[in-house]
Design a binder for this molecule. Structure first.
Ligand code: UDX
Length: 451
């Protein structure tokens, strides 16, 4: 259990047992609150009640089991139970993108309506899902429309900044907690809930809090696309983007993080939130061209991976391409928006055979690609007789490699390093053809094709 214990214990309900909901519920329980986590997916709730976790997130299983045993956390598929239990109700349901890029808020609306019909005492309803600015207002209107009993309520915005793979750490040690409120009561309650974290708390109006989430994610995506654009220039002149990123990142105003060049960002947040923010701006009469360009650069990076293979192999048809990594980043099995999907589709379209290995995401990749790929049991099996190895996700187990073994087993000693994890010097010494992103390319292996 966390050493930071809440001074005042709240009855809290979290609606939605997805990544954000589950992490939020178990961390709030760990702070000592009494938390009910609700989802209308009964199969998921059955799993959680048995102590099984439907997603891969380091530390989550332990956190759920400790807090369930201690009686601070329980799961239900009953909305009524959740609304009766929680004085504070976090809405953490999905806001998936529609075809236009606009967020689909029907789940949020549905939850707001149900809460309105079921509540019989004061409730603080907190938006946790990433939602467009002015959603708070719409939630409030919906509750006012459907409320059945004459009870007071508040709406607040409390965006999450959790990264998959380090979500528990991010929850417990946030850079800041953002609380958007329009009543003193809501401010007090949320400040008390987050007090034990000892993090800076930013109190704003609801709309500003909603915008902070979109602006933060877009800014981070912009940093990545910026360094990727710089990496293109580096390649043209033979400079090394790793050094350039280090050189600019040491300026405190810029910062070192989110300056890793490569095949670009994926995930359930950046691509979706960028689209949503572009759409929100458009609706408000502002053409956010900067963000459209951030998106375009990211798309280009994925295509660049296949281009680099073509630059060396010329024709991809009938070549065996090994891929290490599929998850959109290490320490997760999540492949939503992952660059690997576009890369594999392009390789298959060109007629390549693809052999894939990822330590966690294989099952999810099988759902998308079925029989179209060869799924290797381990990283070395994947590269057997391959014409090229592409690094897509920088899992730790890919960093320390026996390059001599690799060279013996591959048909060609050729690596496209989508995350710049290898040392140029080492790859040159070992006789590899090596194409990183934004780094000098080694286009000739010392002794050419293995005999
Ligand atoms: C992100 C935000 O960081 C988090 O605050 C928000 O709440 C949800 O979205 P997440 O999607 O889990 O979190 O992953 P993150 O670690 O931010 O990485 C996103 C993508 O960017 C990954 O595909 C990663 O590989 C890529 N990335 C990240 C880069 O390509 N370069 C970088 O320098 C950093």
């Amino acid at each position: 259990m966390s050493k930071n214990i809440a001074r005042k214990v709240y009855n809290i309900s979290v609606i939605g047992a997805g990544h954000v909901g589950l992490v939020t519920a178990s961390c709030l329980a760990d702070l000592g609150h009494k938390v009910c986590c609700m989802d209308n997916d009964s199969a998921k709730i059955d799993l959680l009640q048995k102590g099984e976790i439907p997603i891969y997130e380091p530390g989550l299983k332990e956190l759920v089991s400790t807090n369930t045993l201690q009686g601070n956390l329980f799961f239900t598929n009953s909305m009524e139970e959740a609304v009766v239990h929680g004085e504070v109700i976090f809405i953490a349901v999905g806001t998936p993108p529609k075809e236009s890029g606009e967020a689909d808020l029907s789940y949020v609306e549905n939850v707001a309506r149900e809460i309105a019909q079921l509540m019989d005492s004061y409730k603080l309803i907190v938006e946790k899902s990433t939602v467009p600015v002015e959603t708070g207002e719409k939630v409030k209107n919906t509750i006012n429309l459907y409320i059945e009993k004459d009870v007071p309520f508040d709406v607040a915005s409390n965006p999450e900044f959790l990264r998959e793979g380090s979500a528990i750490h991010d929850f417990m040690h946030p850079d800041r907690v953002v609380i958007g409120v329009d009543s003193e009561r809501a401010e007090r309650v949320l400040t008390e809930i987050y007090g034990p974290l000892n993090a800076p708390i930013i109190i704003t109006d609801i709309k500003s809090a909603e915008l902070i989430k979109h602006a933060s994610n877009s800014f981070l995506a912009m940093k990545i696309s910026f360094i990727n654009a710089v990496s293109r220039i580096c390649e043209k002149v033979g400079a090394d983007v790793e050094k350039v990123a280090q050189g600019i990142g040491l300026d405190k105003r810029i910062g070192q993080e989110f300056l890793k060049a490569g095949i670009g960002f994926g995930g359930s947040c950046f691509p979706k939130d960028l689209d949503a923010f572009i759409h929100i701006a458009e609706n408000l009469g502002y053409d956010f061209k900067l963000l459209k360009e951030v998106k375009r650069i990211n798309e280009e990076q994925k295509r660049l991976a296949v281009q680099k293979i073509k630059d060396v192999l010329w024709i991809i048809k009938d070549k065996k391409i090994a891929i290490w990594g599929g998850a959109f980043k290490p320490e997760t099995d999540d492949i939503r928006g992952a660059p690997v999907i576009d890369i594999i589709n392009e390789l298959l379209n060109e007629g390549a055979t693809v052999s894939l290995y990822d330590p966690q995401a294989m099952e999810n990749l099988k759902i998308i690609f079925g029989e179209k790929l060869h799924y290797a049991d381990d990283k070395y099996q994947a590269i057997e007789d391959a014409d090229c190895l592409v690094i897509v996700t920088e899992w730790d187990e890919f960093r320390n490699i026996d390059f001599d073994f690799l060279r013996q087993r591959m048909k060609l000693p050729f690596i496209v390093d989508g995350r710049n994890i290898f040392s140029l010097q080492k790859l040159q010494d070992k006789g590899f053809i090596y194409c990183g992103f934004g780094r000098p390319q080694i286009t000739n292996s010392k002794s050419g094709v293995k005999k």
